[in-house]
Design a protein around this ligand. Structure first.
Ligand SMILES: *Cc1c(COP(=O)(O)O)cnc(C)c1O
Length: 378
């Protein structure tokens, strides 16, 4: 439908922005013909990423899920082991555990931060527990001191899932490097993107070396085509790394722009009854990945799918927050998860590209307000 005002605007939940040298690096990589997984951009991107988070080692991989799997594999997690994961997360966190043959053990989240509730950890630890995966969900850092204390007490490894939290910090240190290995994603909707891509970071030289070997089929690095391990082909391409280098150079700007977006949303949404933006503490040390709100009355919560549909009809894409893992067939678990049950039903992601202007955000909030009125009146 095109009229004299131009085509109607469409606002996706997330849209990458390439405002830096991505195109230049990408063309350079392409023209060099080093388009596979050897090339200078891999080293440059790994180096720059390690420097940004303050890690000794960074290992670039094909996606964030592979990063988690590689981390667990390097720690020899496997058949018969248990790994603790939060009930409220994207499914890839639990899938990566299942790939190793281990069992994900679900734990509910904290009512204030929606991240792994450390108070519930000890009761979930058994003789089989090998590792904990705290997820810095929605850009909010987990309570790492308590998690690391408990991990240390029971001799458990810690893999941080920082796929949604590039640049978030905890007590002044960037997340990802607080545990044994940190994992990031560069999917198209993440804070920086390489199309598909991921990264493992660590300060442990043995884990780093093991991850490099397992990323490369498990081949002995000094004796090509000789395997001491069954590995994977999880190597990132030089093409992806070229985009990643252009993106990491701008990460501080992106985080700043997202923070301003979050503040603009919060200001405008405060006036809409039935909707609660995240509390202001969310941005203390956290970052805004995708902006989300909670519906606070039962009629709206029961009609969330309807709200999402009506928003889409008006050009605004929104999404439900993640469903509780314990309700889905592959991860079904009978424990009690009251916090996840509550927040996952009430949450909605709103458009969150750094491209959005104040005007766009006001337009989205107006549509949101209209839709909510319609639902309340019907
Ligand atoms: C995106 C995401 C992943 C997986 O990353 P991919 O690059 O999509 O494989 C893992 N965990 C969390 C919490 C995520 O949001």
């Amino acid at each position: 439908m095109e009229d004299c005002l131009g085509p109607p605007k469409f606002f996706p939940v997330m849209e990458p922005v390439f405002g830096g040298k991505e195109e230049q690096y990408l063309l350079d990589a392409f023209r060099s013909t080093w388009i596979s997984s050897i090339g200078k951009y891999i080293d440059l991107f790994e180096g720059r990423f390690a420097e940004y988070v303050g890690a000794e080692y960074a290992i670039a991989v094909v996606n964030g899920t592979a990063a988690l799997h590689l981390a667990l594999a390097a720690m020899d997690v496997g058949e018969g082991d248990e790994v603790i994961v939060p009930d409220f997360t994207f499914s890839a966190t639990a899938n990566s555990v299942i790939y190793t043959g281990a069992k994900p053990i679900l734990v509910d989240v904290d009512p204030e931060t929606y991240t792994l509730d450390w108070r519930l950890l000890e009761r979930s630890i058994t003789k089989k527990t090998k590792a904990i995966i705290p997820v810095h969900l929605l850009g909010r850092p987990c309570e790492m001191d308590s998690i690391l204390y408990i991990a240390d007490k029971y001799g458990l490894k810690v893999v941080e899932d920082a796929a949604e939290a590039h640049g978030a910090s905890y007590k002044g240190k960037l997340v990802g490097i607080l545990g044994d290995i940190g994992c990031f994603s560069f999917f198209g909707n993440k804070i920086i993107t390489t199309g598909e891509g991921g990264m493992c970071i660590t300060n442990d030289p043995h884990l780093a070396a093991k991850m490099r070997i397992l990323r490369d089929h498990g081949m002995n690095p000094k004796k090509r085509y000789w395997n001491d391990h069954v590995g994977f082909n999880y190597r990132m391409t030089n093409i992806q790394a070229a985009i990643g280098l252009g993106q990491i150079e701008q990460i501080e700007t992106f985080i700043q722009q997202k923070m301003e977006m979050a503040k603009a949303y919060t200001r405008l949404l405060d006036k809409i009854p039935g909707v609660i933006p995240p509390d202001c503490k969310a941005w203390d040390e956290g970052v805004c990945w995708l902006f989300y709100v909670f519906l606070n009355n039962q009629v709206l919560i029961d009609n969330r799918d309807q709200i999402i549909m009506k928003m889409a009809e008006r050009g605004v894409q929104t999404r439900p927050l993640f469903y509780p893992l314990h309700l889905m067939p592959p991860y079904r678990s009978t424990g009690d998860f009251p916090v996840t049950d509550k927040v996952s039903k009430a949450g909605i992601f709103l458009p969150s590209s750094v491209k959005l202007t104040e005007e766009d955000i006001a337009h989205i909030c107006n549509i949101f307000s209209d839709v909510i009125n319609e639902i309340c009146e019907s």
